[in-house]
Design a protein around this ligand. Structure first.
Ligand code: PLP
Length: 392
C-alpha cells in the first residue's frame, strides 16, 4: 500500500510549540515572575447562561422517549438554520435557511470543502495566512499561490488580473492580521472570481467583532451569490471553541463546471458527516435568540475593550498595527526593525508578556507580531503597562 505522499510536502510548523517551550523554559528559570499570555487564540469567558440552559434542555429531551432524537439532518435542524437566516437578515443580508449547513466548526469545513473541488485547481491564499487553508490544500496536492499582505496594502491583498486562481480563501476580519475588507475591496474579489470562473471561500469567523460600516458577510456584496461560499463559526462569536458549532452557506445558484455546489456539498456531507448533536444545535440556536444576542454581545464587548486598550497603547508608542478595531487581533510591526522572534524574546524576558511571532503565519509575517484580546481585563491592562514601560 501507499500513503498520501502529499503529506511529505507539509512544512512542519513549530510556531505554537516553540512559543510554549520558550515560555515554559523562562517560567521554570524565573518562578517569581508573573507571565501574562496575550498570544492565545482561544476564548476565556464562559458560555452565555441562555446558551447553557438551551443545551441542558436539549440534553434533557434526549432522555425521554417522547422527545428523544436520533440522527439529525445532515445539514442541521430547521430551527437553527432558520435562526441563522434571521441573524443574517438582522444586518441586511438575505441567506435562506435551505442554503445553510450546520457543522462542528469552521476548521472542519475549511479543510473538508476541498473534497468537492478537483486537485488540479490552483489555490490562492493571502499571506500571512490561517495555516489550515494551506495545509489542507497541500494534503490534497493542490498548487498554492500567495497574495502578499503588507504595510503598503494595509494587510489587505487585492486581486491581480494577471494571476489565475481557481479557489480563493479570504478571511475578514483576518486571523492573524485583524485587517478587514471594505465593501469595495470585497467587490473587487467578487468581480475577479465571477470573471475568472473561480470560487471564493470566505471565512467570516470574526464577523461579530465588526463595529465599523464594513461587510459582515460576503453576501452583502453584489455578485457574491454566484461565486462565494461562506464559512462561519460560533467559536469566537459565542465562546464555542470547546462546544463546537459552525456553519457553511452555499447559495443555490452557485454552479461551476456544470455542477451545482450546494448539491455537491450536500452529497459530500451525507456521505462523510452525520450532523451536529442535538443539544449543541439547541445551544447554538439560543445564541441567535434576542436574549442570546444580548448576552454574547456583552462578552464580545469585553474582548473589544481589551483590544482597544492594546491598540491605544500602540498608538501612544507610535507603533504601526492593523486590527484592534473590528477584530480581536492586533498585528503590530516589531519596533526598531526587530525580527518576530527577537521581539518575542524581548517581551518575554523584559516584560514577561507572551505574544505570537508573525513569521509563523507566512513570509509576510516576518517582523510582525500578533497580540490577542481574549485574555482577562486585569492581565491585559497590566501587560500593556509593562509593554509601554519597556518601549517608551
Ligand atoms: N477560521 C479562522 C480564521 C480561525 O481563526 C479559526 C479559529 O481559530 C477557525 C476558522 C476555526 O473555527 P472553529 O473553532 O469553528 O473550528
Amino acid at each position: 500500500m501507499k500513503i498520501n505522499k502529499n503529506f511529505d510536502n507539509l512544512v512542519p510548523n513549530y510556531l505554537f510549540a516553540d512559543v510554549a517551550r520558550k515560555t515554559a523554559e523562562y517560567a521554570a528559570a524565573n518562578p517569581d515572575k508573573k507571565i501574562i499570555r496575550l498570544g492565545i487564540g482561544d476564548v476565556t469567558l464562559p458560555l452565555a447562561p441562555v446558551v447553557v440552559e438551551a443545551m441542558k434542555k436539549g440534553a434533557e429531551e434526549l432522555g425521554h422517549k417522547e422527545t428523544f432524537k436520533g440522527y439529525p439532518e445532515y445539514e442541521g435542524y430547521d430551527f437553527i438554520r432558520e435562526a441563522i437566516s434571521g441573524y443574517y437578515k438582522s444586518f441586511g443580508v438575505n441567506v435562506s435557511a435551505d442554503e445553510i449547513f450546520v457543522s462542528d466548526g469552521a476548521k472542519s469545513d475549511c479543510g473538508n470543502i476541498g473534497d468537492i473541488f478537483s486537485q488540479d485547481n490552483t489555490v490562492l491564499v493571502t499571506d500571512p495566512v490561517y495555516p489550515v487553508y494551506v495545509d489542507s490544500n497541500i494534503m490534497a496536492g493542490r498548487k498554492i499561490i500567495y497574495a502578499a499582505c503588507n504595510e503598503e496594502n494595509g494587510f489587505t491583498a487585492m486581486p491581480d488580473e494577471d494571476v489565475k486562481a481557481d479557489i480563493i480563501y479570504l478571511c475578514s476580519p483576518n486571523n492573524p492580521t485583524g485587517a478587514a475588507f471594505t465593501y469595495d475591496q470585497l467587490k473587487a474579489w467578487v468581480d475577479y472570481a465571477n470573471k475568472n470562473d473561480a470560487v471564493i471561500l470566505y471565512d467570516a469567523a470574526y464577523e461579530a467583532f465588526i463595529t465599523d460600516d464594513l461587510p459582515r458577510s460576503i453576501y452583502a456584496v453584489e455578485g457574491a451569490r454566484t461565486c462565494a461560499i461562506e464559512l462561519c463559526s460560533l467559536s469566537k462569536t459565542a465562546g464555542f471553541t470547546g462546544t463546537r458549532c459552525g456553519y457553511t452557506i452555499i447559495p443555490k445558484e452557485l454552479e461551476r463546471d456544470g455542477h451545482n455546489l450546494y448539491a455537491t456539498w450536500y452529497r459530500r456531507q451525507a456521505t462523510k458527516f452525520n450532523g451536529v448533536s442535538y443539544p449543541v444545535q439547541c445551544a447554538a440556536a439560543a445564541v441567535f435568540s434576542e436574549e442570546g444576542q444580548r448576552q454574547i454581545r456583552d462578552n464580545i464587548a469585553y474582548y473589544q475593550e481589551n483590544a482597544r486598550i492594546i491598540a491605544s497603547a500602540l498608538d501612544e508608542l507610535g507603533i504601526y498595527y492593523t486590527g484592534g478595531k473590528n477584530s480581536p487581533y492586533i498585528w503590530l510591526k516589531c519596533p526598531n526593525g526587530m525580527g518576530s522572534w527577537e521581539f518575542f524574546d524581548l517581551l518575554l524576558k523584559k516584560a514577561n508578556v507572551v505574544g505570537t511571532p508573525g513569521e509563523g503565519f507566512g513570509e509576510n509575517g516576518a517582523g510582525y507580531f500578533r497580540l490577542t484580546s481574549f485574555g482577562d481585563r486585569e492581565n491585559t491592562v497590566e501587560a500593556v503597562e509593562r509593554i509601554k514601560k519597556l518601549l517608551s
